[in-house]
Design a protein around this ligand. Structure first.
Ligand code: GLA
Length: 390
């Protein structure tokens, strides 16, 4: 645990005591994530390469004999949500943040783990709406708490799958498994290679600092909230292409077979979507090779190529994301790309450590010229996945 994590731990304990009286049984936490590369291919059988960041969601929890789920959050002062456990069901989803909590309990119930009454206090240092998976962090922290205090611990990879089902079937967001797997499986100092088709995982050492590099996360503060319909449409397009090309999943198409496949498709949008998935998957493998060989600088151009593909072929970028990427590159970044679902949120930039200040200043300056909110920038420590803190 770092010094930075101690404050939220105290916050969540105090919050618990004030709301429910007495001590929680324990405190659990799960991190936000950055996806280094492998964007919009986790629902097409592709490979992804996220890492966990040192921004976490903490949950203090205790079982309660009344069949009620009571939740308070440090980010929602004064709000005290109480949901009868019997009403925890997707049909009763409230379209509020507490759906992530209720969704996890519902997902656990589907595995035979009934918690009944529960008291939960939550606090988070993961920025919301920045494309850093604050929702998966909440789901996975609640999930870990639920599993432990009900005496039915589950392997973290299974917890990730339960969290995905909470998000898909309760919250109603048709996401892939990238965010939840990152929150559950990442290790400090490593990126997580995850092949979504086979389920294979590997931990790849990733330490930009040792190479005199920094990985900046630039939150454009342009919200990605309205992206849901577009996200679902991208998924459907992938399904349609798989059918036409008779593939089990789109990323099964090899780069060598891409030109022939593209000739079979008569729709330009479909062609571009397919090209993104296949080339992005290849870029993930190239990135893993570069990391294994200690060629961290070679990751830069792969990041930029990913952004161009997401911007032009997959069409999930935004003016803010493009400006941040272009400006970072112009000011000395080795590579930059949007990370997460796109349409807003954050950009990552791989920069020589001594150019970091210049890059940040340049991006802020260009945003100010447009009259846009000043981006917030973090250089995250590469942290570990879900854990019990107390
Ligand atoms: C969101 C989804 C993920 C993934 C990314 C894009 O974060 O939750 O499953 O599809 O977008 O790579």
């Amino acid at each position: 645990m770092t010094v930075d994590d101690r404050a939220p731990l105290d916050v969540v304990r105090e919050l618990f005591k004030a709301a429910f009286g007495g001590e929680p049984t324990g405190v659990w936490s799960a991190p936000g994530r950055v996806n280094l590369i492998g964007e919009h291919i986790d629902y097409a059988g592709g490979c992804v390469l996220p890492f966990a960041i040192d921004r976490r969601t903490f949950v203090a929890a205790r079982l309660h004999p009344d069949p009620m789920v009571r939740v308070v959050s440090a980010q929602r002062p004064g709000e005290h949500v109480a949901i009868p456990y019997a009403e925890v069901d997707p049909r009763n989803a409230r379209r509020e943040w507490t759906d992530y909590v209720a969704g996890m309990l519902w997902a656990f119930r589907s595995t035979g783990t009934d918690v009944g009454g529960l008291e939960l206090a939550v606090t988070s240092t993961v920025p919301v709406g920045a494309g850093l998976s604050s929702s998966a962090a909440l789901e996975c922290a609640v999930g870990a708490a639920t599993a432990d205090i009900s005496g039915r611990p589950i392997p973290p990879a299974n917890l990730a799958r339960l969290a995905q089902s909470a998000e898909n079937d309760y919250v109603g967001v048709p996401c892939g498994l990238l965010d939840q797997m990152a929150a559950c499986m990442c290790r400090a100092g490593h990126a997580l290679f995850f092949d979504t088709a086979s389920g294979m995982m590997d931990h790849i050492p990733f330490d930009p600092e040792r190479h005199e590099l920094a990985l900046l996360v630039i939150d454009t503060r342009a919200s990605h909230a309205h992206s849901d319909g577009e996200y679902a449409r991208r998924r459907e397009t992938c399904r349609a292409a798989e059918k036409i090309l008779s593939l089990p999943y789109l990323a099964a198409l090899s780069p060598a077979d891409l030109p022939t496949a593209l000739r079979t498709l008569d729709d330009d949008v479909l062609r571009r979507r397919v090209r993104h998935v296949v080339t992005e998957n290849a870029r993930v493998h190239a990135t893993v090779e570069a990391l294994r060989d200690g060629r961290l600088r070679d990751v830069g151009p792969l990041l930029t190529a990913s952004h161009i593909s997401l911007r032009d072929d997959y069409e999930v970028s935004s003016p803010e994301l493009d400006l941040a990427v272009d400006t970072a590159l112009g000011a000395g970044a080795l590579g930059a790309r949007l990370t997460g679902g796109g349409f807003g949120g954050s950009v990552i930039a791989l920069v020589p450590t001594n150019a970091a200040g210049l890059v940040v200043d340049a991006v802020r300056q260009r945003f100010a010229e447009r009259g846009w909110a000043s981006p917030s920038v973090i250089t995250p420590r590469i942290a570990e996945g879900v854990r019990r803190d107390a």
